[in-house]
Design a protein around this ligand. Structure first.
Ligand SMILES: CC(C)(COP(=O)(O)OP(=O)(O)OC[C@H]1O[C@@H](n2cnc3c(N)ncnc32)[C@H](O)[C@@H]1OP(=O)(O)O)[C@@H](O)C(=O)NCCC(=O)NCCS
Length: 421
């Protein structure tokens, strides 16, 4: 395949990977692989306490590529999760992390071998897709991953006033670590069911998030839950604090690590609480959904500043047929869409119409795209029109893009993952 033409016919993948990939079943190998991964991110090895505290998860799938000496020089693992699609269906997905190749062994195809083994194994297990958070945007597109949701980095002035008509929210109560451990996983799982891109989290993930092993002494972690006026818990926030330098008159910065809310009232209730915290100059977050719209409810709209926008969840469809059938569709159609998967050597054609997707092999397509570019529209982040305009999708029947826009647009929250893994 020409790298310049994602629509050209593609060859079958090589039968034998140039670097043999093996499954790491021995916990000692997994720990060595995890340390290798940390090293590729320029971090030191994990401590005994942290490794113990995070625990072992039998359903994690660890892969490694070894040198002739047997030393693992590249690693990747995944854990099972369920991903919410537009319309609310949840499908089984492999959440990928721990990807790294030892710096003295890079650029020789080891990641490519790991990706091929990992994606094939996940597809064979029945995963509809794989998802990850990327360290760099240039790595994963070649393997069929595309940016399926984006997030805003925000800064809100502490003490900001709210518009009189803004939702008041309910009540907020703080939780101690044991209460948080008991309450948050179930609440997040419920809230993530309502947003495309929301994913379920493992017990191990929560252990890491709520009880980081070996934090610096005195590290602060606040946890609070929001209860709506109907008496039901409908949101929560976890935050830390970056202390300001008193010598220079600096103020503390409240850093939101997680904030999930069922709707505008819970969102407002939690942000009112955060911006009302004493001794803070600002509340910041590294990744908020694009539809949070705090500027609409604050008296001074500039008290909410978007300081950056970037990719949130990377999605790699492994079973496009199951994925296209599982998500909800808007009205109209028909549109025949052809999807090319150069990395795994597949091509498929689907007819989208009247709220459903069905296979349409042998039918001439109205639109075509590569599997990574399908990901960009799949959860609702980008419209087919914008992808055609960017050259990422190709329109073969004039006007098809507008019909596809209507089909891909489903009312509901903007896609957002909100889980770092
Ligand atoms: C990213 C990383 C895993 C790549 O491993 P690798 O074994 O060098 O990858 P490969 O040799 O299989 O590279 C395959 C292709 O991707 C390209 N590529 C690899 N890393 C890239 C990067 N960071 N940016 C852009 N392209 C990259 C290679 O040039 C190669 O391109 P080609 O097929 O056109 O020749 C490795 O560089 C690494 O460990 N980086 C630091 C840790 C990290 O970022 N991990 C990812 C966490 S999400």
């Amino acid at each position: 395949m020409s790298p310049d033409d994602p629509f050209a016919p593609h060859p079958a993948p090589p039968a034998v990977a140039p670097h043999p990939v093996r499954t790491l079943t021995d916990p000692a190998d997994r720990r060595r692989a995890f340390d290798l991964f940390l090293g590729t991110l320029h971090h030191g090895p994990i401590t005994d306490d942290a490794w113990e505290a995070h625990g072992q998860a039998p359903d994690e799938h660890w892969l490694g590529v070894a040198d002739p000496s047997g030393a693992v020089v590249g690693s990747a693992y995944s854990f099972p999760t369920r991903l919410t699609l537009p319309g609310g269906a949840r499908v089984p997905v492999a959440a990928v992390s721990g990807v790294g190749v030892r710096p003295d062994r890079t650029r020789a195809g080891r990641l490519t071998a790991l990706m091929r083994a990992q994606l094939t194994a996940a597809r064979d297990r029945g995963d509809v897709a794989a998802v990850l958070r990327a360290s760099e945007a240039g790595i994963y597109g070649r393997y069929g991953y595309g940016v399926a949701s984006r997030a805003d980095q925000v800064r809100v002035t502490a003490g900001a006033a709210w518009r009189p008509e803004a939702p008041a929210g309910g009540t907020v109560r703080m939780l101690d670590p044991d209460e948080a451990t008991g309450l948050l996983p179930g609440l997040q799982e419920r809230l993530a069911a309502d947003r495309p891109g929301g994913m379920t989290r493992s017990a191990r993930w929560w252990r890491r998030a709520l009880r980081p092993a070996g934090p610096p002494a005195g590290e602060y972690k606040g946890v609070a839950v929001h209860t709506g006026t109907d008496g039901v818990d409908d949101g929560f926030v976890v935050w830390g604090v970056a202390e300001g330098d008193l010598a220079t008159g600096g103020t503390d910065e409240v850093r939101v690590q997680q904030l999930w809310a069922a709707g505008p009232a819970a969102t407002a209730g939690l942000w009112r609480f955060l911006t009302g915290l004493d001794l803070a100059g600002a509340v910041t977050s590294w990744a908020r959904p694009l539809d949070e719209d705090l500027d609409l409810v604050l008296a001074d709209s500039r008290a909410h500043r978007v300081t950056g926008r970037g990719d949130d969840l990377w999605l790699r469809l492994l079973d496009p047929d199951a994925a296209l059938r599982a998500r909800a569709w808007g009205p109209g159609g028909p549109v025949v869409l052809r999807v090319h998967d150069a990395f795994l050597g597949d091509t498929g054609t689907w007819r989208l119409a009247d709220g459903a997707a069905e296979t349409a092999a042998g039918t001439d397509p109205d639109l075509e795209c590569a599997v990574d570019a399908l990901a960009a529209a799949f959860l609702g982040d980008r419209s087919p029109s914008s992808l055609v305009a960017a050259g990422r999708w190709r329109e073969l029947t004039p006007g098809a893009r507008a019909r596809a826009d209507a089909l891909f647009a489903v009312p509901g929250p903007a896609p957002w993952c909100g889980t770092f893994f």
